[in-house]
Ligand binder design. Structure first.
Ligand SMILES: [Zn+2]
Length: 282
């Protein structure tokens, strides 16, 4: 596949609409469209039993309409707005959820997570660190080819509030460079390590063409509480619009890998649509 074919396939995978909202923000300026049902879905082979189960549970409401106040793609600004808080959840449109995996890629765990997502034909988000991505570009390419969203999680995972604006820029820009080297596109999403946001980070996000994403449910999987506990946190936290935080690197993540295998089919069987956001402003 040449680069143009690849990019148009990416665009096709990411076409669609669902909604993300920042914490407590009801205004249209804090809502984003996301992708509830990428065209790529039907092309892949889903788990047969899960698919049949889901078909019965899938209302047409998941096929979302553009939000009032936002026009079609051509009227959106070329850059995101400077936000004052990260998006923390999807807002008000059906039983959609977003799964996010941070700190990777890691060849010990990321491929397992990709396999599970593929087996269930769902898309997720991976917030990668540049210093790990530099030796894992093949995994980034695979993520992109399978319709997942690769986000920027800085180069070395520092607490940004302790860095100068210049150092923050370097952390973020270098990571976007590596992502672009991996599959030809710069990331549209950024997540601050430890959820440590500041004004410089929000400003740079907008300048570098990214939206800030936080999370709704923290699995605390990095504490290795046991895969059953991680699974229970996801299932108990499941609700329309929830963004789940877990990790595919940064330590032994075998519990996170195992938990996903268990909670993902449960979410799908309960009628949740596991999806990824779509960049709003291009
Ligand atoms: Zn992190």
């Amino acid at each position: 596949m040449n680069k143009d074919q690849f990019l148009s396939r990416r665009r096709a995978l990411l076409a669609g609409a669902a909604v993300l909202g920042a914490a407590g923000a009801a205004g249209a300026a804090h809502l984003l469209t996301a992708d509830p049902d990428p065209p790529g879905r039907s092309a892949a082979a889903p788990a047969a039993g899960a698919k049949a189960n889901r078909a019965a549970l899938k209302p047409s409401a998941y096929r979302l309409q553009p939000i009032a106040g936002y026009g079609p793609a051509r009227t959106r600004p070329a850059r995101p707005l400077v936000r004052h808080e990260p998006f923390l959840r999807m807002s008000g449109h059906g039983r959609s959820m977003v799964l996010t995996f941070d700190d990777g890629p890691d060849p010990r765990y990321t491929p397992d997570i990709l396999r599970t997502l593929k087996a269930h034909d769902v898309r997720a988000m991976f917030f990668v660190c540049g210093e790990r991505a530099v030796d894992g570009k093949d995994m980034l390419r695979e993520m992109a080819e399978e319709g997942h969203v690769v986000g920027n999680h800085t180069w070395s995972h520092p607490l940004l509030t302790r860095l100068s604006p210049h150092a923050i820029r370097s952390e973020i820009e270098r990571t976007s460079d590596i992502i672009e080297e991996a599959y030809g596109e710069r990331p549209a999403w950024f997540r601050a390590p430890y959820g440590g946001w500041n004004r410089a980070a929000f400003r740079l996000c907008a300048e570098l063409g990214m939206e800030p994403l936080g999370w709704t449910v923290d699995t605390l999987d990095w504490r290795a509480p046991g895969s059953d506990t991680i699974e229970r946190r996801v299932i108990n936290g499941a609700a329309p619009g929830v963004v789940v935080l877990s990790h595919d690197a940064g330590g032994n993540r075998s519990q996170s890998v195992r938990a996903l295998r268990d909670y993902l089919p449960r979410l799908l069987d309960s009628g949740y649509h596991v999806t990824v956001p779509r960049r709003q402003y291009t």
